[in-house]
Design a protein around this ligand. Structure first.
Ligand SMILES: Cc1cc2nc3c(=O)[nH]c(=O)nc-3n(C[C@H](O)[C@H](O)[C@H](O)COP(=O)(O)OP(=O)(O)OC[C@H]3O[C@@H](n4cnc5c(N)ncnc54)[C@H](O)[C@@H]3O)c2cc1C
Length: 419
């Protein structure tokens, strides 16, 4: 089958790999000059199954409200004139009940666990270096009550076979000695030994290379303007370089998927939530943490990639702009420097990045066809798109070929009144 994938981020590229391996004639189109140039370029680098929790939770409305006046909040909700944001926010709020939180988290967890299994299988098949550190991840807490609540919620994970252990601050230091100087600030952590870290951009580009070796064509520098449909079928992808045709089309444009879907009357409830990362050089002998993780109270993530230390965070409703200025990083850097003062050369010129999480209001990404039998969706991976990429790619490849995916698809497509 001739398959055209829109988007060469981690999701589109991983899907291209699986489809090429299945023997299809695959083309990937992207507006950038290479794969992984937008959100997948410089994310926090955590393969974080234990972070499968849906963002829409009973705590979220209060956090959203507080963010309206708290300038230092890690979640920044600003009023603007974009009706899409309000529509999305209403759907998000509807998902903030304890019951919806559980359902949505379990749906995400299904994909995360499957994805981890698929990634492990792939790494057994091919040797892929991507600055990966298989040392588990730490989810650290400063606040006792918050940690107890999180430990209770972690039962969703442990009941579903994910190993998560509650650690005291001394145990945290034994797992990651870089915490020693600041251990008194923390009450403890949840530790997931099977989570890991690595560079999503390196991963994506290496998979693109492998796909290319199997015949996949990557067309870069071509911006998709819309789709052309005829009755029940998509006939072509319209780009600024002309039309491209195939038997089957896959939409994996991250936060920009809804705009293109709309051109043929398909509504995808995905809205961008902006985040920031900053990377610094580190050298041997520095106390750089090798176990990545997240400060769960201040929502700052960290990870080491070879000779680079990266920190990231913030969740900002800022429309579609990926612009940034040094002041955007002030709070993240203050937390990171306080946590790990000797992790890296904090005086070196920082490598700043801002990108958009393609968030669905309930949490899980969207799969399956939409309105047209030959238009498949594989998008909306939100805050853990790399963690879900291999499973999502396998699911999408199976659906394209009319095969039943290995996991239950309940709640993961547009069917069944999900929105
Ligand atoms: C600050 C931050 C930290 C994160 N940390 C983690 C983490 O630690 N672990 C994790 O698993 N996930 C993390 N994520 C989420 C993860 O990075 C995303 O879910 C994932 O990168 C989304 O991949 P994608 O392929 O869907 O989108 P993208 O990577 O954005 O890819 C979409 C592609 O579509 C192309 N495109 C868009 N519009 C058009 C158009 N009109 N025409 C042609 N091409 C177009 C873009 O150029 C891009 O290449 C983080 C996100 C942020 C913002």
């Amino acid at each position: 089958m001739r398959i055209l994938i829109m988007g060469a981020g981690v999701v589109g590229t991983t899907t291209a790999y699986y489809l090429a391996k299945d023997g299809h004639e695959v083309t990937v189109v992207d507006r950038q000059p290479d794969a992984a140039m937008e959100t997948s370029f410089q994310n926090a680098g955590l393969l974080a199954v234990a972070h499968a929790f849906a963002w829409a939770s009973p705590r979220s409305p209060k956090i959203l409200l507080r963010s309206l006046w708290d300038k230092n909040a890690s979640l920044i909700f600003r009023l603007n004139l974009d009706p899409r944001m309000y529509l999305w926010s209403l759907q998000f709020l509807r998902n903030c009940t304890a019951e919806r939180f559980k359902v949505n988290t379990l749906r995400k967890l299904r994909i995360c666990k499957y994805s981890q299994a698929m990634m492990d299988e792939l790494r057994r098949d091919i040797s892929l270096e991507f600055d990966d550190l298989k040392k588990g991840l730490l989810y650290a807490f400063r606040d006792e009550t918050h940690m107890r609540q999180a430990a209770a919620a972690a039962k969703f994970l442990t009941d579903n076979g994910v190993k998560v252990e509650l650690k005291t601050r001394d145990e945290v230091v034994r797992i990651e000695p870089a915490f020693a100087p600041v251990k008194e600030k923390y009450v403890g952590a949840l530790y997931c030994p099977t989570d890991e870290s690595g560079d999503a951009r390196v991963w994506t580009r290496k998979l693109a290379e492998l796909s290319r070796g199997m015949g996949t064509k990557f067309v870069y520098g071509a911006a998709v303007r819309g789709l052309r449909a005829d009755g029940a079928k998509i006939e072509a992808v319209v780009t600024d370089k002309g039309e491209m045709t195939a038997d089957c089309y896959i939409l994996s444009l991250g936060s920009f998927s809804p705009e293109i879907a709309r051109s043929v009357g398909v509504r995808l409830p995905i809205y961008p939530i902006k985040g920031y990362t900053a990377s610094f050089p580190c050298r041997d002998g520095q106390l750089t943490p090798e176990v990545g993780g997240v400060d769960e109270d201040l929502l700052v993530a960290w990870a080491k990639f070879g000779n680079t230390f990266r920190v990231g965070g913030k969740a900002e409703f800022a429309g579609y702009s990926t612009a940034f200025k040094p002041a955007d990083f002030t709070a993240i850097l203050a937390t990171a420097k306080e946590m790990f003062p000797d992790a890296c050369d904090w005086h070196a010129p920082p490598d700043y990045w801002a990108c958009l999480r393609p968030m669905t209001p309930d949490g899980p990404p969207i799969f399956g066809t939409a309105k047209y039998a030959n238009l498949h969706i594989n998008t909306g991976h939100g805050h853990i798109g790399w963690t879900m990429a291999c499973g999502s790619a396998r699911i999408c490849a199976d659906l394209v070929q009319g095969r039943k995916p290995a996991i239950d698809m309940e709640g993961l497509t547009l069917d069944g009144g999900r929105y």
